[in-house]
Design a protein around this ligand. Structure first.
Ligand code: ZN
Length: 280
């Protein structure tokens, strides 16, 4: 049984949930709503993706009262040749520097995928790429959280599709800074989810818990997630498993939704807070 969420002390929001907002706007509105933490997406930071630049982002975050749970996202390791894989690792080094500057506790890794390469080989590229980053993470203890993505993304976005595949990479690397991010959108269907959550936690590898809901029928397989309680995921059951396993981190709201991005973001944030307290 999941605990009652009586207050917002364990709520974090991913900035991409409020995609129309800049980093400064996210910070302002999250603080005003009494939300204690956020996960910061690259697009509001990295100038190359339209962000304010790492210096300004660092200043904004440092001046705020918000915890930065995660910098989202690194990864995308698989490539057909060594030059491509090296390039991916170099990019990740840059993102790790940004994560460290922001004071993030972890960086989420979306593993990446290349159509046509054997998935097993690609998962080894993920392990190798992750291993190559650890020396940069060690001094500050920055965690790397491998996030399995739903199997519908296996061709182009993520060669890691289950908690057990993510955990296998963690076991191979056997490093205290490598763990798993459990996102209900991606893993809710897995008949081994309860055991996998328990195992990951037992191995001290359950680093993050992301929540949203699966809208049914779904209209887009990337940008049609919905608010907790509006879809078919039994969130309380999964949160109950996560809590029973001893996870004490934030419940991170991560919703990509064209429908909600088009709505008034302040009203939407109020809905998020209400849904978090009532149905998450
Ligand atoms: Zn996620």
């Amino acid at each position: 049984m999941a605990s009652e969420l009586k207050d917002l002390s364990r709520l974090a929001v991913h900035t991409f949930t409020n995609k129309p907002w800049s980093l400064a706007e996210c910070i302002e509105h999250y603080q005003a709503a009494g939300i204690p933490a956020m996960s910061v997406w690259r697009n509001v930071v990295w100038e190359e993706e339209g962000g304010v630049g790492i210096d300004e982002a660092t200043r904004l975050v440092a001046a705020s009262e918000l915890d930065v749970v995660a910098y989202v996202r690194g990864g995308f390791f698989p490539a057909p040749d060594q030059a491509g894989r090296d390039e991916a690792i170099d990019l990740n080094r840059l993102w790790i520097e940004q994560a460290l500057a922001l004071g993030a506790e972890q960086m989420v890794l979306v593993t990446g995928a290349v159509p046509g390469l054997p998935l097993e080989d690609q998962r080894q590229m993920v392990a190798d790429g992750t291993a190559a980053l650890l020396s940069l993470c060690e001094p500050e203890g920055l965690k790397l959280s491998i996030e399995p993505l739903h199997p519908m993304y296996a061709a182009e976005r993520s060669c890691v599709n289950t908690m057990s595949q993510a955990r296998a990479i963690c076991e191979q690397l056997d490093h205290p800074l490598v763990g798993v991010a459990c996102d209900v959108y991606h893993v809710w269907w897995d008949d081994r989810l309860e055991q996998e959550i328990a195992l990951a936690a037992q191995q001290e590898r359950l680093f993050a818990f992301h929540i949203c809901d699966w809208r049914s029928p779904t209209r887009d397989f990337l940008t049609d997630r919905t608010l907790m309680g509006e879809g078919c995921i039994d969130l309380r059951q999964i949160r109950g498993w996560v809590e029973a396993a001893g996870f004490g981190g934030y419940n991170e709201v991560e919703i990509f939704s064209e429908e909600y991005w088009a709505a008034d973001q302040e009203e939407y944030l109020e809905k998020i807070v209400r849904a978090y307290l009532d149905v998450s």
